[in-house]
Write a protein that binds this ligand. Structure first.
Ligand SMILES: [Fe+2]
Length: 191
């Protein structure tokens, strides 16, 4: 075969296995764990977060990946497991990020649990979509995104995004999200 020298690294096909109930990848190359102590500054109730950290610093979420080259043309993918819980009245959530290449989107397919995908743009637009098993959320280019678990069991989702997208956590840390999800009298309130 005649190949023009590719701008995208050529690799061999492969397959990975998941446990969709547990929300884990079998034999992942990378397993990111974020605990309550990694979430400072993200929740409204700083004292409730400090109490949670003092009471055992529980796991907030886990992300399993088998990375492919971080290049245009490749597709990154992961399975994430966001544990259930509250910081004061606020549901457990991920830090959230923009993509470093901000003109790249992402697909999230919810597999288990219930929650919200909160999305915002740098100019302050904010929208959210509901997560439930079998429901896919399309995060368009330019939208920062954060998952929120509004249920009593882990929120498990599978995501796919461009290999050259990258993660920009810093701008979201500075800006925050205009809206949050709280549990009040057993119901989820977004405000
Ligand atoms: Fe993303």
């Amino acid at each position: 075969m005649n190949f023009i020298k590719p701008a995208t690294t050529f690799i061999q096909p492969f397959a990975v296995s998941f446990n969709l109930v547990e929300g884990i990848m079998l034999n992942p190359k990378s397993h990111l764990v974020r605990r309550a102590g990694d979430m400072k500054g993200h929740y409204r109730d700083h004292e409730a977060l400090a109490a949670l950290i003092a009471a055992g610093n529980p796991t907030h979420y886990e992300v399993f990946e088998t990375p492919v080259p971080h290049e245009y043309g490749h597709l990154m993918y992961c399975i994430s497991k966001l544990h259930p819980g509250l910081v004061g009245e606020e549901w457990f959530m991920t830090k959230g990020h923009y993509h470093t290449a901000i003109n790249t989107g992402e697909i999230y397919l919810a597999l288990r649990g219930e929650g919200l995908m909160m999305m915002k743009t740098p100019d302050g637009q904010c929208r959210h979509e509901r997560f439930e098993p079998g429901r896919m959320v399309y995060v368009p280019p330019y939208w920062g995104h954060r998952s929120i678990n509004t249920g009593r069991e882990p929120l498990i989702s599978f995501c796919v995004y461009p290999g050259d997208a990258g993660h920009n956590y810093g701008d979201i840390e500075k800006e925050g999200f205009p809206r949050r999800a709280f549990c009040r009298n057993g119901a989820t309130v977004v405000e």
